[in-house]
Write a protein that binds this ligand. Structure first.
Ligand code: ZN
Length: 384
């Protein structure tokens, strides 16, 4: 079964300038839980005392979701995470030769020993703990190093191996794609008699994060990382709403997600992260289900399917029509019907003329404004 891991509270806070106060973190965790997200990555407790307190509080809320903490491959990080009461720890350690040489000043053997000792320690403390090991920058690391570290991690007690595309390097349809990588990884681990769950953590540097994550799922990844608005380092990671909509509507994966709460979640995150939802953002952007050009609107008001492949009701939205210089008679008719205003053809034409001239100034006429325009046209018709 596919599980979604939301990392808004961990990866999301790695967005420059984004920080959620403790009580806001609790509200976010509650809403993610109500939506039915399976795993909530609540933070990396050792980073600050505030994050430590927040992870502690979220872990003790008795959510349906599994609460996870991030941890370096160090005993002190694991101890603090365990003290918070989380059910899942994500341990990361790089296995690229350059990082091992230049940053950690260790060889692979010593690094693997450190990783496995920390995993064994964590499992000894709490046998039911879920442990994920991530070879950082997995997909650009030497494959043999990844297999050696991942294999040893699983043998030491790790339940999940996360394939991290830390720099958004993978591109579907090329020689470096997530489907082939995960297929190869699973096969190599299988040859060692190991079959951990596979997770995918895809960064969006080239705009392929969601496609790569879905590609990974087709190859057998069962946990997909995402965050609200795709918040995270640089260009961020997979957007949660886009992922959920694809999994539910296209891939029909078994789930209990209530996607109608997504607008509420995005409002909350947008407000407290200071990151506005781009108007043209898929699923949650203001314009995501708004038709503008007269030809589009004419067809969409008769049957939305002509210009929509996703039912907005699935994600708590409604179809909308924008009134501006691109509008046609159908757009005005739709808006007046919506406002339950009676009209004749003369009024329709007058309104359309006014709407087009307002649109040419670069403005949209909102429904709340339209009733005033109706009043204006009735009192001052263009043709006497
Ligand atoms: Zn990341």
């Amino acid at each position: 079964m596919i599980k979604v891991l939301d990392s808004t509270l961990r990866e999301g806070e790695q967005t420059p300038g984004v920080y959620f106060d403790g009580h806001i973190k609790l509200a976010i965790a509650d809403l993610l839980d109500e939506i039915g997200i399976e795993i909530i990555e609540a933070g990396h407790p050792i980073v600050t005392e505030d994050i430590h307190h927040a992870v502690h509080q979220i872990a003790r809320k008795n959510l349906k979701a599994i609460v996870a903490a991030h941890s370096r491959s160090l005993k002190q990080d694991v101890e603090l995470a365990l003290e918070c009461g989380v059910q899942f720890i994500g341990i990361f350690y790089s296995v690229t030769n350059e990082r091992l040489d230049q940053v950690f000043r260790k060889d692979l053997k010593t690094a693997v020993r450190q990783i496995t000792e920390v995993i064994r320690y964590a499992k000894d403390q709490k046998p039911e703990l879920l442990i994920r090991y991530t070879p950082e920058d997995t997909v650009r690391s030497p494959f043999e190093n990844v297999i050696e570290a991942a294999g040893a991690a699983v043998e030491a007690g790790a339940d999940i191996i996360s394939v991290a595309d830390t720099t958004g390097f993978m591109v579907p349809g090329t020689g470096h794609n997530m489907y082939d990588y995960i297929s190869r990884l699973k096969e190599a681990l299988d040859q060692r008699g190991l079959s951990p769950m596979i997770a995918v953590h895809c960064h969006n540097d080239r705009g392929f994060a969601l496609t790569n994550a879905l590609d990974g799922m087709r190859a057998g990844a069962e946990i997909i990382d995402a965050s609200v608005l795709g918040l995270g380092e640089r260009a961020g990671i997979v957007d949660l709403a886009q992922l959920l909509a694809a999994l539910k509507d296209i891939f029909r994966v078994p789930n209990e997600w209530d996607l109608t709460r997504l607008p509420e979640l995005y409002d909350l995150i947008s407000k407290y992260s200071g990151m506005p939802v781009p108007k043209n953002f898929p699923i949650t952007g203001e314009n995501a289900f708004t038709h503008c050009a007269g030809v589009h609107t004419h067809a969409a008001v008769q049957n939305p399917v002509h210009y929509q492949s996703l039912d907005p009701a699935l994600v708590g939205r409604e179809m909308d029509v924008a009134l501006d210089h691109m509008s046609g008679i159908s757009s005005v008719r739709w808006a007046l019907d919506r406002l339950q205003i009676e009209y004749d053809n003369e009024l329709l034409k007058d309104l359309l003329s006014h709407i087009k001239s307002i649109g040419l100034k670069g403005r949209t006429v909102h429904l709340s404004e339209l009733k005033h325009l109706v009043e204006w046209c009735i009192k001052h018709p263009l043709k006497q």
